[in-house]
Write a protein that binds this ligand. Sequence first.
Ligand code: PMP
Length: 425
Amino acid sequence: MSKNESLLKRRAAAVARGVSQIHPIVAERAENATVWDVDGREYIDFAGGIAVLNTGHLHPKVVAAVQEQLTKLSHTCFQVLAYEPYIELCEEIAKRVPGDFAKKTLLVTSGSEAVENAVKIARAATGRAGVIAFTGAYHGRTMMTLSLTGKVVPYSAGMGLMPGGVFRALAPCELHGVSEDDSIASIERIFKNDAQPQDIAAIIIEPVQGEGGFYVNSKAFMLRLRALCDQHGILLIADEVQTGAGRTGTFFATEQLGVVPDLTTFAKSVGGGFPISGVCGKAEIMDSIAPGGLGGTYAGSPIACAAALAVLKVFDEENLLARSQEVGERLKAGLREIAAKHKVIGDVRGLGSMVAIELFEGGDESKPAAELVGKIVARAREKGLILLSCGTYYNVIRFLMPVTIPDAQLDKGIAIVAECFDELA
Ligand code: PMP
């Protein structure tokens, strides 16, 4: 039995079944866009730990910053004794979040926790309890975020009803027959049928819907949402957990979508592989919760703050926003070439390097090709490439490689994708 097989056997016996696993691989070490498993097999990583490794595995400057922090302190709990990296990270994030006004920031640990806190802040700031979220949205796996997440199976199935006060609007998606007008009308319908706007604290949206299928919201739609929020005193929350940290070619996606959200959540690639997340927004909104109402034992850990500060520096020093655009263009060009040969690929889309292809049987947009996506992901793995799928219909392959990936390795990965389509489609 290989080391992989034996560890996976132990995993099955020891780890709760609900923690699923996409690839039957046990990783041992990694460097930039390459991962090695416990049997020494090498893989190109086009998954980046689900959008966490925009700066690659173990970026040397991130590692150095963490090592340096480890010589000072690893924990005090920020609510007991403050430390500079937390303060500096809040300052740096506020500079990058859109909005020409005073901002304040809260640091926590996971994306879900950031979203939970954004909702708490919106409720406190408005004195309202309702939240509008979209079909196909993903906002996390904690109880409140499961209410916001617009996909029941597998995330909340079997767990009973999630917390109330969440109303579901239609996410605009022309490819699947939902226009932007339909989406706005669905919000108006909520106001008519379910809850008056005066009871809605916030509308939460992913600027590019992530887990739901990498659908890019238009500037026009985001502006309509902003106007609707302003009309009714509703806060606009941009969940930038997956889109943030340069994935879309700007540090936050809203920068290029023309809207200034009231609150922005961030996590994942901001920490470069270390657990950190947060909420940033208008100072007076962020301050609507009284002292003691926000925080957490490990929230904004000094180690993760040091890593995040290094990530921000690496973005500047290595010009990674431009690189993100470049990777996206190169990737889309390669994928369009594959799509020209295989009509099963019905769409190549993305913003910056947040890129995906969507598969339909015979190119028929009413027939999502989920099975083929599964086969391609498995075949790519056999050929040494780690891919990720997503989408409400499980028929999307998304690409989340480090933007620091060398061109040659990016091209090699795209060539493997092409081979998989040639063999299977
Ligand atoms: N929001 C979005 C947009 C996400 O993509 C995710 C994770 N996929 C989350 C929230 C939850 O983040 P976490 O898994 O760190 O709790």
